[in-house]
Structure formats: C-alpha cells, structure tokens
Design a protein around this ligand. Structure first.
Ligand SMILES: NC(=O)c1ccc[n+]([C@@H]2O[C@H](COP(=O)([O-])OP(=O)(O)OC[C@H]3O[C@@H](n4cnc5c(N)ncnc54)[C@H](O)[C@@H]3O)[C@@H](O)[C@H]2O)c1
Length: 485
C-alpha cells in the first residue's frame, strides 16, 4: 500500500519543501485513498508485538542524534545536555544556520562537538546510518516526521518525534508497523500530557476521583495573525516557524494539530488502555480570514505567494467528535485564525467531578455547585503524580512551556536509562495524530462519521494506562551546565 504514496512523494522530490507539503496535504483524493486503504488493512491488522508494554533493554549511556535544529530541536538539546548518561553525538539540518546556533550553544558549555550533517535536505539519511546512536530526535516540520521516524527505526535506533507523528493514516499505520517490526520505540513528544494541571487531573481521573469519566474536551486554539501564517519562509531559518505554519496549519480542511488537546484527555479517559475510539465525525466553519488575507497579499504583488493560488484554506474552527467503544464522547477543536484567547480546554466530565483548565484560572469541581477553593486546590495537589512532584523544581528551573517540556524529555530519557516501557506508546501517538486525516475525510464528506482505526490491534483491552509514578526510575541525574560568559 505504501508504494503508491512513495512514488507520489518521489514525484514531488524536485519541488521546494513548501510546495511539496502543500501538494501532499492538498490532495483530498490521496487522503481518501488512505482512508480506504486503512479500512482494508484494519481487517487484517494483527499486532505482531505489543510496543505499549515493551521494555527495551536499558541503556546506561544514551547516544543521541537530532534531525532538525530549529526552535524545538535546539531547545530540546539544551535540556538533554543537562542530563547525565546522555551524549549528543550528531546533529542534522538542511541549513547551516541552525547548526551554527547549536554549535555556539554547545561550545558555550564546553560540550564535545557532535558530528554535523547539513549538506542538503537528505543529509539526515547519513546521520541515521551512524552505528554510534541509540536515540534520534525528529524535530523537523510536521510533514517530514513519519518518513524520518520510520527510517530511524529501520536504521535500528529509537525515535523521539515531535507532534504530530504523521499526517495521513498510511503514515500512522507505517509508524505502528515499523515500530512493532523493529521493536524500536517511536515516542511522541506530547509535552502537554506532562503539564502540571493536566498531570494532576489525569492522575485524579485514573484514581477514580471524578467517578466514571463520560465526556472530555481538548483543543488547540491558538491565534496566529494572518501575516505570521503567510510569512514568507526566509531560509536559512524562519524564526517564527512560518516555514510550516502556512502549508500545514492553514491549508486544507480538518483538525491540523490535534495532539495537544486530544492527548491529555485520552490519557485521562484510558484510550488505548481499556477503551478505544470507535468513530469520528467532524464539522468545520468556512474560512473567514485566510482567503481574504491571502488575496490582499497577492494584490500587493507578492511573487512568492502566487504559487499557492487556488489553495483551499482551513475553516476558522474545526470541531470533531469521537465516540468510544465504552460509550464516552470526546470533542476536539482546532482554530488558529480567530482572534480569541489561547486554549487547550482540557475539560473532563465525570459522574462525580468536573475539570476545566481553560479559561484560566483552572478549576476542579467535586461538587457541581462550586469549584474547589484555593485552600482545597492546595490540598488536592497532594494527588500530583510522583513523577511530576519529583521533577517540579528542575522543570520550573529548566523550563520549556513552563516546565512540561523538561518533564517530557526527562521521563523519556529516564525510561531508556532504566529499561522501562515508554509512557506514551506509538499507538497513542498514531491515535492522536489520526484525527487529522479522519477529520479531513469527514469534513469533505458532509461530516459523515468515519471508523477510527484500532492501532493497538486489539491490545487496548488489557493495556495499562498512562503511568506517572516513578516506576522504579528517577535515577537520571540532572547537572546544570552554565554557559560561559
Ligand atoms: N510540542 C510542542 O509544544 C511544539 C511546539 C512547537 C512546534 N512543535 C513541533 O515541532 C516541530 C518543529 O517545530 P519548530 O518550531 O522547531 O520549527 P523550526 O522551523 O524552527 O525548525 C525545524 C527545523 O527543521 C529543519 N529541516 C527542515 N527540513 C529538513 C530536512 N529535510 N532535514 C533536516 N532538517 C530539516 C529546518 O531547517 C529547521 O531548522 C514541528 O513539527 C512542530 O509541530 C511542537
């Protein structure tokens, strides 16, 4: 099934990355084919090896490579260089500028220089073939994640991949199948699962403190003014991420960035660990912003933007609903273009309690009449998971979205150090990422429901839920490295 996609991508190889991305995601037919193919595969899919419970052999000194030294890659590397038992051995990008920035940072902390790969957009292929790497971070634009993460696993290394894992169902299946076949992890760096309020409320939910969770809501509502969405990429690096925001965030229908909102709610509601998504339906407003802004840009005579004429823009708000096997419902929203406050919602509604993170201040209700008072909230913080408590001080110190990025990196590295199963499996990453193609399909088919694939191959029934205890880990030592003056 992947041959057709490969030859399609091959045909795009000579095009600039932006155009290639727009074309790949601009093809409704392509995504529809994916869905049809996935339906066929689902009938035959059997999990050949359960990566959710798999504990790969412990690695005392983890040799790390990076593909993509932009904003996320550099920030992650700055955190990993604080960990004992981690060596950054090799870094890749398609431009030298991000490599130079990484070089300067590493030099400032007297870190041994890693090997560098930046000849062109294929240099990362040389990096993954090195025989001295255990783990490779994929921190490139979204549309490159699945190809790179699969190649990493095929090359015998664990992959840690930025969100989302893939953009098509074929991508998601290929990641699951490659991980099972190679027995290499494909961890998704879904940092929002480790934010303080999310991890507290996930822990409380898993302890049953909200009764049976019946309904949840998550979202990525993050306003980007049109001028940043249409920002012309300025190689070597677009500092504002315009490189991918336009192609990935504003073109096409459907929820283009589902994992930050859906992931934490899935963890609280035991998705892939006692329950599973059954089907999804999605409805979307028209676009009232991007098309107009785009016309104005064209009218100003932008040569660069002419190549995108005719692109269909994402509606302002996409709302998807997922019904689960156990009769629960999860709503996931996506809106990058309406001028409204940031929100991931993170709402959990149970038979005995209710949680809502946004709009802040975040609230927990154990009685429908009133939220917990400030004093009661302090008392409830006792239920903060062991891992979060253990890392809180360092997380705040080293930061990354208020500390959740630090916790996300730490628990991944610590799992590898101690031979523990990953907290977030490839099945979770594939499930959360699959909302993009499924919602696109639904929106372009009159909001009809579409079956949600079971990436776990049936193992969701017995899989263990998200575990934020230390699980016998917590041995990774953090030694701050201060840059030289
Ligand atoms: N988890 C989060 O909170 C969060 C936040 C922002 C972005 N992200 C995700 O992180 C990823 C990276 O985002 P960013 O903000 O760092 O983007 P960025 O544009 O700053 O960095 C991407 C880097 O990848 C490089 N790159 C592009 N093609 C390449 C290739 N073929 N080979 C090697 N390098 C290549 C670019 O030159 C750039 O340096 C995106 O997928 C995004 O979805 C996640």
């Amino acid at each position: 099934m992947f041959n057709s996609r490969r030859s399609f991508l091959k045909g795009l190889a000579g095009l600039p990355a932006m155009v290639a991305a727009a074309a790949v995601y601009g093809s409704e037919k392509n995504l529809r084919d994916d869905v049809e193919e996935t339906k066929l595969i689902m009938k035959d899919h059997r999990s050949i090896f359960n990566m959710k419970s798999y504990a790969a052999p412990a690695i005392s000194n983890i040799r790390v490579g990076y593909i993509g030294m932009g904003n996320r890659g550099l920030a992650s590397m700055q955190r990993l260089t604080q960990f004992e038992g981690v060596e950054v051995r090799a870094i890749a990008d398609c431009y030298e500028y991000p490599i130079e920035r990484a070089r300067q940072y590493l030099n400032s902390i007297d870190y041994p220089a890693p090997a560098e790969y930046y000849r062109d957009e294929n240099s990362w292929r040389d990096l993954i073939e090195r025989d001295d790497l255990d783990l490779i971070y994929v921190t490139t634009p979204q549309y490159l994640h699945s190809e790179m993460a699969c190649a990493v696993m095929e090359a015998g290394k664990h992959a840690a991949c930025e969100v989302p894992l893939g953009y098509t169902l074929a991508d998601c299946w290929r990641l699951v199948e490659t991980s099972e076949k190679t027995r290499k992890y494909c961890g998704i760096l879904e940092n929002c699962c480790f934010d303080f309020f999310e991890s507290l409320t996930i822990n409380m939910a898993l302890k049953g403190l909200f009764g049976e969770l019946v309904y949840g809501e998550g979202a990525y509502i993050h306003y980007f003014p049109a001028e940043t969405i249409f920002e012309e990429p300025m190689p070597p690096l677009s500092k504002k991420g315009g490189y991918y925001r336009f192609a990935v965030g504003a073109c096409n229908k459907g929820n283009r960035y589902p994992t930050h909102g859906f992931g934490p709610v899935c963890q609280a509601m035991r998705i892939n660990a006692g329950d599973r998504p059954l089907f999804l339906t999605s409805v979307e407003t028209d676009d009232f912003v991007c098309g107009k802004a785009f016309e104005e840009i064209l009218a100003r005579g932008s040569e660069y933007h002419k190549q995108f004429e005719g692109v269909e823009f994402t509606g302002n708000m996409n709302t998807s609903l997922v019904k689960t096997q156990n009769g629960k419902v999860i709503q996931i929203q996506y809106d990058r273009t309406s001028p409204r406050p940031y929100s991931r919602i993170h709402m959990l509604s149970g038979t005995k309690g209710f949680v809502q993170k946004y709009p802040e201040p975040s609230r927990i209700y154990l009685d429908h009449n009133a939220p917990l008072s400030d004093e009661e909230m302090e008392a409830v913080k006792e239920d903060t998971p062991e891992l979060t408590k253990f890392l809180a001080e360092n997380a705040v110190k080293f930061g990354g979205h208020g500390g959740m990025d630090f916790i996300c990196d730490y628990q991944l590295i610590d799992s590898l150090h101690n031979g523990l199963p990953l907290n977030i499996s490839v099945y979770d990453g594939a499930t959360w990422s699959a909302v993009t193609p499924l919602s696109l399909w639904s929106v372009t088919h009159g909001s009809q429901p579409i079956d949600f694939p079971d990436f776990t191959g049936g193992t969701w029934v017995d899989n263990k839920p998200f575990d934020l205890s230390l699980r016998g880990g917590g041995t990774t030592i953090v030694t701050p490295k201060n840059p030289k003056e």
